[in-house]
Design a protein. Structure first.
Length: 508
């Protein structure tokens, strides 16, 4: 695991394998950002023109490597583009720094130690750089090079050591920021590992075992309902989705409590460890990445552990609704009616709309504990990707101010999101001839239909928000900033910040 330290040395005296500096895109070529003064000196004050000669522009994510001949204790300088020079007197946006640090860390794969001398004007800047660097230094190689690991491993190892320069290294606030960034980034990387782990190794039982080990490590309370307990409890939604698979379903409750907490939150994650579509089988081309369908549960799990590591003054309960959606002789058929944990009956007209079924049971069960608010996180609909693209999650809910608060928090932590409506007229599309409700409705507005379905299972008078992360949970194109290919850890920073805000009494 990559280690982060606050360094007390300056850029000129740090001993490391590489030094990261920032360059911005100015109207007349690259502009060297604050923090790189010693580097400019080592290049005779000509750093900007040297970079321009090499073709650098300062564009976001651009990486330029320079050998060092004298004046520094690092053999290599890596100049990373931060994007446009900020308006006069403005600082760089935290997210620009986070992305720049991430791109730099990724470009330094195979390097042992790097100093990061990006512009730091505040504690928040330092935290963003630390977070971006730790997230960018992620790679998932557990299943590669088994035969000749020793020979190839070094080149593929993530950057091992990050020394953050330009901070007040002995200042309490900077230390706390580094610790916070480390806890959050490590848990995000843990969630990425879970998402990337192939579904033959990660199934409900093995996911629950990972949660159990983490609960033990961090002193969390955990309860795992297996098939027997789920049957006894009447969790017809989770059982119905899981009954076709050789690996049985689980409902995991993992709780963090603080003795002085005044508020409680329930986080619920969709944990379909593989979504084949069931009897309504997905066609080839649509199932290759469906190991990612437990990303909501991974995010919730990671957020609860991060909150525990930070010792926040709030109670947070995570609910992981885990099942594998497979076709077989025992699978739920299109036309079957399930009796849900709430007592409602659902006619399953499409077994590929399975996420809402497992979430519904968890929503009802979580509501029984009467939390101050519930947030569910799910890779729920392809329709949300059509609406918002692959980097933005949709937010729905029964409480406009809560929905707005989450949108603003997401923006603040650098996660792209957008509030979505739940138009009441879409409800009738789910009317069923046979049961209380069907699990599908109109195709148009499919993401909103799913939200309306979930709402029916939320306890009365509880603020609830639904995050549809189908787009950003799993990144399929080229890596950018601190976002790798595969599992991203989408929504974790939002969930952790929401818990912080709740602990501080800033919400409801
Ligand atoms: N897990 C999928 C949604 C999904 C699609 C996530 C692509 C990530 C990438 C979900 O279970 C699903 O299959 N939804 C259906 C619902 C439909 C049958 C009403 C969909 O979106 O097509
Ligand atoms: Mn599905
Ligand atoms: Zn699914």
């Amino acid at each position: 695991m990559t280690v982060l330290t606050l360094s007390t040395s300056g850029a000129a005296t740090l001993r490391a394998d590489a030094l990261v500096i920032g360059i911005a895109k100015g109207p007349k070529g690259p502009v060297v950002a604050a923090g790189a003064e010693a580097v400019d000196k080592a290049f005779d004050g000509k750093l900007a023109s040297v970079l321009e000669t090499l073709g650098a522009s300062g564009a976001e994510g651009e990486v330029t490597k320079l050998p060092v001949l004298s004046g520094l204790k690092t053999p290599l300088v890596l100049a990373v583009g931060i994007g446009p020079v900020p308006e006069k007197d403005d600082a760089y946006a935290a997210e620009s720094l986070r992305r720049a640090a991430g791109a730099a860390a990724r470009a330094l794969t195979g390097t042992k130690k790097a100093g990061f001398a990006l512009p730091v004007e505040s504690v928040e800047d330092a935290e963003a750089i630390a977070e971006g660097a730790l997230l960018g230094a992620y790679s998932f190689t557990a299943y590669q090079d088994q035969a000749d690991k020793a020979a190839k491993s070094d080149a593929k190892q993530p950057l091992a050591e990050i020394a953050l320069l330009g901070t007040k290294a002995r200042d309490k606030a900077f230390k706390a920021a580094a610790e916070r960034a480390t806890a959050v980034a490590e848990e995000i990387n843990r969630a990425r590992d879970l998402v990337n782990t192939p579904p033959n190794d990660l199934y409900p039982e093995s996911f629950a075992a990972v949660a159990q080990a983490a609960a033990k490590e961090h002193g969390l309370k955990i309860q795992i309902l297996d098939e027997k307990a789920l049957t006894k409890g009447g969790f017809g939604g989770i059982l119905g989705v899981g009954q076709g698979a050789a690996h049985g379903p689980r409902l995991v409750k993992i709780s963090y409590t603080h003795a002085k907490a005044e508020k409680s939150l329930a986080y619920i994650g969709k944990g379909i460890t593989y979504d084949s579509g069931g009897i309504s089988l997905k066609p080839a081309g649509h199932n290759e990445t469906m190991k990612c369908d437990m990303a909501g549960a991974a995010a919730v799990f990671a957020a609860v552990v991060a909150v525990a590591r930070l010792g926040l003054k709030v109670n947070v309960t995570g609910w992981l609704a885990l099942a594998e959606n497979m076709p077989s002789g025992t699978a739920t058929r299109p036309g079957d009616v399930l009796r849900m944990y709430s007592g409602k009956t659902v006619e399953v007209l499409n077994t590929d709309a399975e996420g809402r079924l497992v979430l519904a049971d968890a929503l009802t069960r979580a509501s029984e504990d009467n939390p101050d608010a519930i947030v569910d996180v799910a890779t729920l609909t392809g329709a949300m990707m059509v609406a918002l693209g692959s980097r933005t999650f949709g937010i729905m809910g029964n409480d406009e101010s809560f929905r707005t608060a989450i949108h603003e928090i997401a923006e603040e932590v650098g996660e792209q999101s957008w509030p979505m409506p739940m138009p009441a007229e879409l409800r009738k599309g789910m009317n069923s001839e046979t049961a209380d409700i069907a699990n599908i409705g109109e195709r148009m507005g499919g993401g909103l239909v799913a939200g309306l379905f979930l709402q029916e299972f939320v306890g009365e008078d509880i603020a609830w928000a639904h995050l549809d992360i189908a787009g950003p949970a799993f990144h399929e194109s080229a890596p950018f900033g601190y976002t790798p290919k595969g599992g991203t850890g989408s929504s974790i920073r939002t969930l952790v910040k929401l818990a912080e805000r709740t602990a501080d009494g800033d919400l409801g």
